[in-house]
Design a binder for this molecule. Sequence first.
Ligand code: F6P
Length: 318
Amino acid sequence: MLKKIGIITRDCAGINAAIRAVVRTATVQGVEVFGIIKSYDGLIDGIFQPLDRRAVSGIINLGGTILKSARSDRFLTPEGQLQAVKTIKENGFDGLIVIGGNGSLTGAHVLASKYGIKVIGLPATIDNDVNEVDFCLGADTSVNVALDALDKIRDTATSLERIFVVEVMGRHCGYLAMKVALAGGCEDVILPEQDFSLEEICQEIKAGNAQGKVSWIVIVAEGKARAQDVGEAISQRTGLETRIAVLGHIQRGGRPTAFDRILAAKLGKAAVDSLLAGESDKCVSLKDDRIELVPLEVATRPKKLKFEEEYQLLKLLS
Ligand code: F6P
């Protein structure tokens, strides 16, 4: 019988909406909910706060996480993990819901598989790179935030007839870069998943320029190259002026889109329902508008994203 659960979060848009969905679904079932402050560090130090229906009022539209978050080096050690398990047991938590990307879900898998704690994961990362999960919370908002910035850059690129190189987030993953480039009508995109040739990009720019084309936007995923280097190389090889923009962490904040809020509602409810049904060591996922449970052991394996088709489409249309 589930009586008391904790929530751990990472940070991206839509997480507060998910906290709200978890709290309200659980409290209707008579389950008490506590928010663990600063992720796994808070679990180790036993820092948490009760979350009732009222505590999650007015947060559906807020970016970030009301619970704060941190990377926890201590949780990577067996001592830290044992201390976290002690907090869970001593405080009578019957289960945990962990909301975050690969790092957070790996921690959830450790707690469930190594220490027998009941844990359900809720995938949330702007990189959208949780294996076997189509939609991670926060990714849609990030694409839209980056696109909004890009549209503004396009105004200047067009008016001043310039080449812009725009760096977006995505340390190991080109999801954000590919989607923003396609949605923003960019001329090229440099992705961690694909080789690229600066020589080819410059040849295309020179050929286009010879035919009267005057502005370009090239997106770079931070995990593959730096905008500064790409911009300088393009200037040197083409003789044309370039400007760079590094969008940075604005892409992880902001008001969640309608898509992310609805996803948060569905996944938050499903996470509580799954714990109540006795499930553990799995994460909730939405596929064809139906909830699926993906074993955390599978979800935390590296995801192999392929962008060839979307890249070809971008090149066709640019
Ligand atoms: O994993 C999500 C992500 O936003 C990546 O795209 C980015 O490279 C990384 O996190 C940045 O992490 P931090 O904010 O801890 O530097």
